[in-house]
Design a protein around this ligand. Structure first.
Ligand code: ATP
Ligand code: MG
Length: 391
C-alpha cells in the first residue's frame, strides 16, 4: 500500500479537442510545484491526475502545494494497492478508515467505482462487503448513513485499488500558461495582489511591474512589494518583477503640471511604461487593482482617461468589488498581512489636496504637453529598471 494523491480538475475537462493541452499544462505546473519536495511519479488516468511519491514525504507539505495550483479543483489523499482482490480491497479500505478516523466517531458510507468490469463482484456488492468488514473491525466508532455520511469512503478499481475519502478543495480555475500573458501593476496595497491572483487563476501567466520612487518611498516599501509578489508566486510559479525607477518622472509632473491633475497624469504614464514593458515581455494585457469609485483616480471619468493612455486591454478584475470583499480574498490568498504593513507608496506622496475627480481627456492632454522630454524619460526609466525573478 502506498500513499497517493488524486487530483480532480473541473473546467479543463470540458475543453473538447484542446483538453490534452490543458491537462499537460496542469501536469507541468504540478511537477514544477512539488519537484523540490522529492521524487514523484505523476500520471494522467481517466479524468484524474495521480501523484505518487516515490519516497517518504510529509503529506501536509505536498497537500499544501497541490491545493494552490490553478486548475486543481480538489485533492484527495488516499491509498493505492496494486494487488487487486477482495481481501486486499477490504484491507486497504480498513487501513484508510483507521487513519482518517483516529479515535473519533463518524457516520460513513462506502461508494465503489470499477472500470474493470470483469471483477467478480459489481460495485454495489463490493461496497456492501467492504462496509460490513469495516463495521466488524471498527464497529463502536462507526455508523452507516447512506444519505448524509460524514465520511464518504471512495473505492476505485482500475489497474490498482484506490481508496480515498476527504477532498481538500483547490483554487479551481485554469492552469497558468494556457491563456496568454499579462503584466500586473503591483503596488504594496491590498488590491493589486488580489487582482493579479484572479487573472492568473484564469490561466494567464503573470509578470509584475512596480513603480519605485526613492527616496520618497523606502527600501522597505519595495521589499513589501517583493514579498507580495512571492506570495502570488506560490500560486503562479516563478515570474519576473520589474522595478521601475519613477522618481524623476514624478518630480517632472509635479514641476510642470497642474497639481489637481498629478495623480491622473502619473497613472497615465505608469500605463504607458507598462505597455512598453508588456510588448518587450510578449504580454497581451495589463492588470490593475482598480475598482469603481474607490478613490478619486478610480471614478469612471478617471479610469477612462487612464485607459486612453494605452492600446493594450487593461484588465481590472476588482472593478465591481467592495473593499470588504477584496479584503476577504486577500486574507484567503495570504497577502493581506503584508499589504497592511504601513509603508508609504509613491502615490501617497504626490497626492494633491484636491484631486480632480472628473478629468476630461482633452485638458489632460493639454497639460501633458508641458512634459516635453517625457518620451526620453520613459525610455530611460525602462532601461534603468531592475528585473528580478520572484519565486
Ligand atoms: P492597491 O491596493 O492595489 O495599491 P489602491 O486602492 O491603492 O490599489 P491606487 O493607488 O489608485 O489604488 O492604484 C490603483 C492601481 O494602480 C493599483 O491597484 C495598482 O495596480 C496600480 N499601482 C498604483 N501604484 C503603483 C505602483 N507604485 N507600482 C505599480 N502599480 C501601481
Ligand atoms: Mg495603492
Amino acid at each position: 500500500m502506498k500513499n497517493i494523491y488524486l487530483i480532480k480538475y473541473g473546467e479543463i475537462a470540458i475543453k473538447g479537442k484542446n483538453r490534452y493541452l490543458f491537462e499537460n499544462a496542469l501536469i507541468t505546473n504540478i511537477k514544477r510545484s512539488i519537484k523540490e519536495l522529492g521524487n514523484f511519479h505523476i500520471q494522467k488516468d481517466q479524468g484524474r491526475i495521480l501523484v505518487e511519491p516515490e519516497e517518504n514525504i510529509d503529506s501536509d507539505k505536498i497537500m499544501n502545494r497541490l491545493t494552490k495550483i490553478f486548475g486543481v479543483v480538489g485533492v484527495c489523499l488516499g491509498i493505492k494497492n496494486d494487488n487487486i482482490n477482495m481481501e486486499t480491497i477490504k484491507e486497504t479500505a480498513l487501513s484508510h478508515m483507521k487513519s482518517v478516523c483516529e479515535n473519533n466517531k463518524y457516520t460513513f458510507k462506502v461508494e465503489t467505482k470499477r472500470s474493470d468490469k470483469n471483477f467478480p463482484l459489481n460495485s454495489m456488492e463490493i461496497s456492501r462487503e467492504v462496509g460490513a468488514y469495516i463495521l466488524k473491525n471498527m464497529g463502536e466508532q462507526l455508523k452507516v448513513d447512506v444519505h448524509n455520511p460524514e465520511i464518504r469512503l471512495n473505492i476505485e478499481l482500475r489497474n490498482s485499488i484506490y481508496v480515498y475519502s476527504k477532498v481538500v478543495p483547490g483554487p479551481g480555475g485554469m492552469p497558468v500558461g494556457t491563456n496568454g500573458k499579462a503584466m500586473l501593476l503591483l503596488s504594496g496595497g491590498i488590491d493589486s495582489p488580489v487582482a493579479g491572483w484572479m487573472i492568473a487563476k484564469r490561466g494567464v501567466e503573470i509578470g509584475g511591474i512596480y513603480f519605485d520612487s526613492p527616496p520618497y518611498t523606502s527600501e522597505r516599501a519595495k521589499q513589501k512589494v517583493i514579498d507580495l509578489a512571492k506570495q502570488i508566486a506560490v500560486y503562479t510559479g516563478k515570474f519576473k518583477l520589474y522595478i521601475v525607477p519613477f522618481t524623476d518622472i514624478q518630480l517632472e509632473i509635479y514641476k510642470k503640471c497642474p497639481h489637481q491633475q498629478l495623480t491622473i497624469i502619473m497613472r497615465r504614464i505608469m500605463m504607458k511604461i507598462s505597455e512598453k514593458i508588456a510588448k518587450k515581455e510578449n504580454a497581451q494585457a495589463l492588470v490593475t487593482g482598480e475598482s469603481i469609485g474607490q478613490v478619486a483616480s478610480q471614478t469612471i471619468q478617471s479610469l477612462t482617461v487612464t485607459n486612453a493612455a494605452v492600446n493594450l486591454p487593461v484588465f481590472r478584475p476588482l472593478i465591481g468589488f467592495d473593499k470588504e470583499e477584496i479584503v476577504t480574498m486577500a486574507k484567503k490568498i495570504n497577502t493581506y498581512e503584508t499589504s497592511i504593513l504601513p509603508y508609504e507608496d509613491c502615490c501617497t506622496i504626490f497626492v494633491p489636496k484636491h484631486p480632480e475627480t472628473k478629468p476630461k481627456l482633452e485638458y489632460i492632454l493639454k497639460s501633458e504637453k508641458a512634459l516635453d522630454n517625457i518620451q526620453n524619460m520613459i525610455e530611460e526609466a525602462i532601461e534603468k529598471s531592475d528585473g528580478i525573478i520572484i519565486k
